[in-house]
Ligand binder design. Structure first.
Ligand code: C2O
Ligand code: CU
Ligand code: CU
Length: 501
């Protein structure tokens, strides 16, 4: 295909500039897509826990895995079947549970009928395994002349091996599809999963563990009357229908792949590792009753130096929050529901407190000892402006006025050098940088926000706001990406390449 979609983006969808940067509440960006299937009753389906992936072999150098990307028909809504595109046919895919510094080699096999790209989000990964959007893995049989064939990528057919050195501190990363122009629909259909890295520093902490440590992968979807996923693909098959260019918001909330599930807990502390895997939806999570709050212990890039308490948790697409919730003030029989305050307290997940139990966990006042970076003087500064493009032909989303062009590197960035990057927005954009985490220095000219602590790789930049971050890339030279993680914005070209040198 050609990049003609860039021309197609000349559409008239009205963008509502909801407010200016002084607004305290984050707004929802996106367009609601309603299910045609009857919505299931909430809290009937138990919370699934994605299985932990086992290596096929292991040696002194690495652990080796094999994942098959395939279609599967899953019962997501009770009584209906949904065709998913899943890693090992699962939604979410299997969880990788790994040690820092130990290399993971994953053979990805494509048995789908479209090309894919795997990206490890938050990974300190060599460029050849980072999932450049044109480094396609094509299913066997699809010819290079197919609609995905584009110049400039390292294209493989059938299977491809990704190597992750995991040379980074303990954190919950995630992996997901990153195919140019098709990320949003392919993630929507199931190509995402969790990648947990552990290390000795974290293992020494008396945090809740075992079945009291739970990944919660939240993603909204809409369903057709036969159970199929609804997604508003544009008429020409590329990108999203114009009226959804702000983002696709579904009316069913899945947690670990189940609609509004329920989970039985003991009246003790739990460690909830929350990922917003939604294409566009933001959440402000709150508990509907009682004293429970969120004690944040970690963010995208691992543990904070000290815990931070939140009454509610605002989480944009691709962000992770590692929190402790204490159920000990509740009585057996109590029900505690996680709701989304940004959406009229819509349901997300219910906990049923089953019994009193012994709790040996605690939350240390000091969690980790990473350096909080001082704001250096005289560093390289770069500005990344995220906006709707209306210059020239392109009317989609742009960075610094340019739609994504895989042939263009918007910056050459020296390794081992501190840089201050400013993210500037028109409307709400969750901004993500590959290869290195960053620390938020300021938001709107003032202090970092309440959810900006620690090492981040995705930061929610509100309408007409500027967020400054300090970033330093290390070890790997090559082509990497900065982009908006609203996946409809990303597919509609709000992405830029940069090169580390
Ligand atoms: Cu989560 Cu470039 O991606
Ligand atoms: Cu990423
Ligand atoms: Cu955006």
């Amino acid at each position: 295909m050609t990049l003609s979609r860039r021309g197609f983006l000349a559409v008239g969808a009205a963008l509502t500039l909801t407010s200016c940067g002084s607004e305290a509440k984050p707004a929802q960006a996106g367009e609601l897509l309603r299910s045609k299937a009857p919505l299931p009753e909430p809290f009937k389906v138990p919370l699934p826990i994605p299985p932990v992936k086992k290596p096929v072999r292991t040696d002194a150098a690495a652990d080796y895995y094999r994942v098959v990307q395939r279609k599967a028909r899953l019962e997501i809504l009770p009584g209906l079947k949904t065709e998913v595109m899943g890693y090992d046919g699962l939604l979410p895919g299997p969880t990788f549970d790994l040690r820092s510094g130990r290399t993971t080699v994953i053979e990805q096999v494509n048995e789908l009928d479209s090309s894919t790209v795997v990206h490890l989000h938050g990974g300190h990964t060599p460029a050849t395994s980072d999932g450049w959007p044109l480094d396609l893995l094509m299913p066997p049989g699809e010819s290079h002349a197919g609609h995905h064939a584009m110049p400039g990528g390292d294209v493989k057919t059938g299977s491809r091996t990704y190597t992750y050195p995991n040379t980074q501190r303990a954190a919950m990363l995630w992996y997901h599809d990153h195919t140019m122009d098709y990320t949003a629909p392919q993630v929507y259909r199931g190509l995402f999963g969790v990648h947990i890295i552990r290390d000795d520093e974290e293992d020494r902490l008396p945090l809740p563990a075992g079945d009291r440590e739970i990944p919660l992968v939240i993603a909204d979807r809409a369903f057709d009357d036969n159970g199929a996923f609804l997604y508003p693909v544009a008429k020409d098959g590329i990108g999203v229908e114009p009226q959804y260019m702000e983002g696709v918001i579904g009316d069913v909330t899945l947690v670990n792949g189940a609609p509004w599930p329920v989970h039985e807990v003991d009246a003790v502390r739990y460690r909830l590792r929350i990922l917003n895997a939604s294409n566009a939806r933001r959440y402000e999570l709150a508990v509907d009753r009682g004293p429970a709050k969120f004690v944040q212990i970690g963010s995208d890039g691992g543990l904070l130096d000290a815990p931070v308490e939140h009454k509610t948790l605002v989480i944009a697409p691709a962000e992770r929050f590692d929190v402790i919730v204490d159920f000990s003030p509740y009585q057996p029989g109590d029900e505690v529901t996680l709701v989304n305050k940004l959406d009229n307290n819509a349901n997300v997940l219910r906990f049923k407190v089953a019994r009193k139990a012994v709790d040996e966990s605690s939350i240390p006042a000091k969690l980790s000892s990473y350096a909080v970076l001082p704001k250096p003087a005289g560093v390289v500064r770069r500005k990344w402006r995220f906006s709707r493009g209306d210059a020239g032909e392109h009317k989609g989303w742009t960075i610094n006025g340019k739609p994504f062009d895989p042939a263009v590197m918007q910056a050459q960035v020296k390794l081992d050098q501190d840089e201050i990057w400013s993210f500037v927005t028109d409307v709400h954009h969750p901004v993500h940088v590959h290869l290195a985490p960053f620390q938020v220095l300021s938001r709107g000219g003032g202090k970092p926000g309440g959810y900006d602590a620690g090492w981040k790789d995705t930061v929610d930049v509100r309408p007409a706001e500027v967020v400054d971050v300090l970033v330093r890339f290390t070890a790997h030279k090559g082509k990497y990406l900065i982009h908006c993680h609203n996946l409809e914005h990303e597919d509609m070209a709000m992405m830029a390449g940069f090169e580390t040198i």
